[in-house]
Ligand binder design. Structure first.
Ligand SMILES: [Zn+2]
Length: 479
């Protein structure tokens, strides 16, 4: 009989002297399983000054001031990078906020988020507005935080200054965004802005639903999910994606399709990429794990736009991930207050659209991947390495020498039932309540330090932007 092994951390009061020439790390992690860029390996990871300084075969015997040995049921992962998070602060801070969102991120194994430009007031459409948001985030971030800019009608002249101020790219809508302060672009404006972005190789990320296709769809309010689904048809996505492809082709700019729900759009995406159009695509945990057939009447926690579609569509999205047409999986964590998200009458037409899953994204995707026989290292490519590459975060997304030591001790076989009371989201409304999931982030390290009671996250700017004064203490609180 043996007892289950547990992870151990040792910190000797009298550190062993190093022999001449031996490197002593701040922290050494020993993992029989670690997801590295070369695949799953048994390694020791040496961390010095917050960065990965060594990745060597397990048994090498790296020396560290602190040594953490992972348990037999744990895997060391690079911290996840979630490039699609709506923090909503300031302005709609009752929906979410930097402290709650980044705590939830850390609890779910996410060490970097990139905040969406809308639902906060002000939206991130000018440098002054970006600075307002950065000031609010600076002393509240428990993980690293970057920002997207927004492209709205008439804002073409603000794109380059925002780029130079460090945003990772620009979000636009092709249909109503749901909030009045963030207008949507028509086809001409999309091309105008893409042409501007081309001048500095900026990235446009697009909410792709076609407004005409949406307005000509039936709009039957009420508690039945199938009526809501009919109001956001797959054809609205495919028409808008066709417009994005045309505009990216015509301008040579980089475009990224946000939250792809319609698997029927995959062939045109694959064809455009094969032709050389600079297009990338993401999908989200809810499209990969939930299906229209199982949404109960009045369960508005499932409402998001574009909508969760049928089971067969979900299978198509997994196929798109497997064949590489879909690049990444990020949450589109888009909270609102419980009152807006779950109106008493259960009407899908009036409920706020958005699924909050920042803390649950890894477990949701991994649980479904596992069921489908997809390896954990593949999930890490979609949720860490891929998003880091999309936004150009060269220090993130891998356990490799020189990268930030953003690491997650993950127990892939540990089962749990989603209890909303254990979510750090400010409004823990979730369609996953009561769901059986597998995979727990037991420990999350940011630059080699456990995410704890103090916000140690930094504000990120894209490579090439001026260095940020990013320590929380460098910024006064408040806007
Ligand atoms: Zn979103």
């Amino acid at each position: 009989m043996t007892t289950a092994p547990t992870s151990r951390t040792t910190e000797s009061a009298v550190p062993r002297a190093t022999v001449p020439g031996e490197v002593r790390h701040d922290l050494v992690l020993r993992a029989a399983r670690a997801v590295t860029p070369e695949g799953e390996r048994a390694v020791e990871v040496g961390v010095t000054d917050g960065r990965v300084a060594a990745v060597v075969p397990l048994g090498t015997g790296l020396v560290g001031d602190e040594v953490h040995e992972l348990a037999a049921d744990e895997v060391l992962l690079p911290g996840l990078v979630d490039s699609h998070v709506h923090v909503n602060e300031p302005g709609r801070t009752q929906w979410e906020g930097f402290a709650t969102a980044t705590r939830a991120a850390a609890a779910g194994g996410v060490t970097t988020i990139v905040d969406m430009p809308l639902n906060s007031v002000p939206p991130t459409t000018t440098v002054a507005n970006l600075e307002t948001k950065q000031r609010r985030a600076a002393d509240q971030a428990f993980v690293d935080v970057g920002f997207w800019g927004g492209a709205v009608p008439g804002s073409t002249g603000d794109l380059r200054p925002l780029h130079e101020a460090g945003v990772f790219g620009f979000k636009c809508f092709l249909a109503d965004s749901g909030v009045p302060e963030f207008g949507h672009l028509d086809d001409d404006e999309l091309r105008l802005d893409l042409a501007e972005l081309r001048t500095f190789d900026g990235l446009m990320i697009v909410h792709a639903e076609d407004p005409d296709a949406l307005s000509s769809a039936p709009h039957e309010p009420g508690r039945h999910y199938r009526d809501f689904l009919a109001s956001r048809p797959a054809g609205a996505e495919s028409a808008a994606i066709a417009a994005v492809i045309d505009a990216a082709r015509a301008t040579g700019a980089r475009a990224h399709v946000l939250h792809l729900s319609d698997a029927g759009s995959l062939p045109q995406i694959a064809a455009a990429r094969a032709e050389g159009v600079r297009l990338t695509v993401e999908t989200c945990p809810h499209y990969l794990s939930l299906d229209a057939e199982h949404v109960p009447d009045g369960a508005t926690a499932y409402k998001c736009c574009p909508p969760i579609r049928e089971q067969g569509n979900q299978d198509g999205l997994w196929q798109g991930l497997a064949d590489g047409t879909i690049d990444i999986v990020v949450t589109d964590h888009s909270p609102a207050t419980a009152e807006l998200k779950e109106p008493a009458d259960g009407d899908f037409a009036t409920a706020w659209g958005g699924v909050s899953s920042l803390q649950l994204g890894l477990a949701v995707v991994w649980s479904e991947a596992r069921r489908r026989g997809v390896a954990l290292e593949q999930v890490v490519r979609w949720m860490s390495e891929g998003p880091a590459r999309l936004v150009g975060l060269e220090d993130k997304g891998a356990i490799a020498v020189g990268k930030d030591a953003d690491l997650v001790v993950f127990a892939p076989d540990e089962a749990f039932v989603v209890d909303p009371r254990r979510l750090h989201h400010k409004n823990p409304v979730t369609p996953y309540a009561g769901r059986d999931l597998t995979g727990v982030a037991r420990r999350t390290l940011l630059r080699g330090r456990p995410v704890g009671d103090r916000p140690t996250g930094r504000l990120l700017r894209h490579a090439g932007a001026p260095a940020p004064a990013d320590r929380p203490s460098d910024h006064p609180a408040g806007a």
